[in-house]
Design a protein around this ligand. Sequence first.
Ligand SMILES: C[S@@+](CC[C@H](N)C(=O)[O-])C[C@H]1O[C@@H](n2cnc3c(N)ncnc32)[C@H](O)[C@@H]1O
Length: 274
Amino acid sequence: MKNNSIVTPASQNQAIYESANIIKYYEQINDLQPAEQMILDRLSAHLPTMKMLDIGVGAGRTTQYFCDRTAHYIGIDYSPEMINACKQRFPETVKRQFQVCDARDLHCFEDQQFDFILFSFNGIDYVDHVDRLTILKEIHRVSKPGGIFCFSSHNLQSFERTFSFKSQWSWNPIVTYTNLVVTGILRLLNRPMNLAEIKNSSYKIVKDESHNFRLNTYYIRPLEQIDQLSQHFKDIQIYSWKNDIELVSQADRLANIDQWIYYYCTSFIQGPDD
Ligand SMILES: C[S@@+](CC[C@H](N)C(=O)[O-])C[C@H]1O[C@@H](n2cnc3c(N)ncnc32)[C@H](O)[C@@H]1O
């Protein structure tokens, strides 16, 4: 942990993203997720004129797909080690840059300069609630009006299911056993949280299985996420990370239990009548 600053769940997360074994893990993942591929295909005609900000770029998994297709690509991460990994993999040029920068404070960027902002693979989920709202505000500030913002976030509906012993039964006894063990560990690590509390919450910060249960991760219900976004973004579309099928109806959104969801929306400036 840096300096003598107070240790918070968010600062614990940051320390994890600076550790050597985690950098190595992100250096080894290369594929786009199905929803990301759909977004790339959909934007491909526009990318050559777009200035893109890739937030929480990690070791550059998305860089390889976007940097040569966009007019100007900037990747940022609050982990200096992640940024070093990017610079080694993708040497900087006039139109491809990397910077250590925290999404909670994008002061190094002027207002309304990006056409496309990506915060992929749930990177927004590693800060607390107030900081998450600050990030959304900052992203809106640096987006051009009409600019696209795309990100994914963990789905509390999925966590609710994983947290329930009753939902773990399968015809396959090995699957049942494995599921029950995971639920037991989650319950232990997230004490004194209980199922009723999760059912009654629109978001929660929890320890899940990622990176060996070390991260503190924000999970949110899709309808609540849409609400958070709607102050600054319009035309909000949502997709499971697993495919390119949009979840359109309220019923589909409420029923979805995929672990994370992609959100695709457009930045707008509120007029006096909005
Ligand atoms: C789950 S990893 C994903 C990395 C990369 N986007 C990928 O898909 O492979 C999340 C990344 O977001 C970064 N991150 C988390 N919170 C951040 C913040 N507040 N500002 C900038 N980067 C952040 C972490 O350092 C980490 O590299």
